[in-house]
Design a protein around this ligand. Structure first.
Ligand SMILES: [Zn+2]
Length: 317
């Protein structure tokens, strides 16, 4: 009797153990499955963000400047952006007088080649402004190519090379020179064609190119306001860059520039106490320093100007 009872107890036990075992196996299966889907989730997310990036890229590639949009890096602190100041790029055929601002076309092309070989990113005005006002950057090796005075060589010599090397530049226009059809100066048609290409952006270099620091408040106001209105109208843009002629400015210039809607101002190295160094937001967006490029500046000299900012940006990741 006792024995039978024990056996009965044993079979009860077996009856209980079986469902518990089944339950355990099912539970383990559920846990394993949930782990699997957990590890899969980020992959799916990545695929989603990649397809988003792809669609943004596709939108961007409809622009005429066809440089692939790089994945922007983020920095710990503010970025440094070296800005190079050029004027004219000429060839013997142009028969222009020798001037330290007249850079030979071969010298200039060697500089662009050096930038390409060393992996520098030439920024558009919009990208430059993003680099200066955020902690984002398309690369650590950055350079902003700027050209003063709106010489016709911007169209005849510089623009073809920008397209050849897929590089961005910004040109500062003296608006009365264009309006008066002055010789050796760009026409509105050329300016519009370059802007539409996506490779060249345009800012103001005032109406008549006076040293603003020596002008009355009202004269400064019309130089700043009228040149902006002219560029805004002809290029259907909101001009927000002002390059002070001969680097001349005073506090009135900065106040008026802000009042009129300029956000970025460009200095001449060596003028008005301006030092040749990389630009950064904390030094003031209306007083951006630049490096002067002359006929004697070699590609090697240029790379040396850019190196400190590239090193800083590299360490600032
Ligand atoms: Zn100038």
């Amino acid at each position: 009797m006792k024995k039978r009872l024990r056996r009965k107890k044993k079979s009860y036990k077996r009856l209980f153990i079986l469902p518990i075992l089944v339950l355990l196996v099912v539970l383990l299966g559920i846990i394993a499955f949930s782990q699997l889907t957990k590890t899969k989730a980020p992959e799916q997310q990545n695929a989603r963000s990649m397809s988003q990036a792809k669609s943004v890229k596709e939108e961007n590639s409809s622009e005429k400047s066809s440089v692939a949009t790089p994945k922007w890096l983020s920095a710990k602190n503010e970025n440094q952006l070296p800005i190079l100041m050029f004027h004219y790029v000429t060839s013997d055929e142009d028969q222009l007088p020798k001037d330290s601002n007249n850079i030979d076309v071969t010298t200039f092309e060697n500089e662009l080649k050096a930038l390409k070989e060393q992996g520098y990113t030439t920024v558009s005005a919009a990208d430059a402004q993003r680099v200066l006002t955020t902690k984002e950057k398309p690369s650590n090796k950055l350079v902003w190519l700027t050209f003063d005075d709106g010489s016709v060589t911007m169209y005849t010599r510089i623009f073809p090379l920008l397209k050849k090397y897929q590089m961005h530049a910004t040109s500062f226009i003296i608006t009365s020179f264009v309006d008066n059809g002055q010789g050796g100066i760009l026409t509105w048609e050329q300016i519009k064609e370059m802007k539409e290409s996506g490779w060249v952006d345009f800012g103001s270099h005032t109406v008549d190119h006076p040293d603003l620091g020596t002008q009355t408040l009202e004269a400064q106001r019309s130089e700043l306001a009228d040149s902006k209105a002219d560029l805004d109208k002809n290029l259907t843009q909101k001009t927000n860059m002002i390059c002070y002629p001969a680097g001349g400015y005073n506090q009135n210039t900065l106040d008026l520039s802000t009042e009129l809607g300029y956000q970025y101002g460009f200095l001449d190295p060596g003028r008005n106490g301006a030092v040749a160094m990389a630009a950064k937001e904390s030094d003031g967006l209306l007083t951006l320093p630049r490096f002067r490029m002359m006929d004697t500046t070699s590609a090697e000299d240029m790379l040396q100007m850019l190196q400190p900012a590239a090193t800083y940006n590299e360490q600032n990741n």
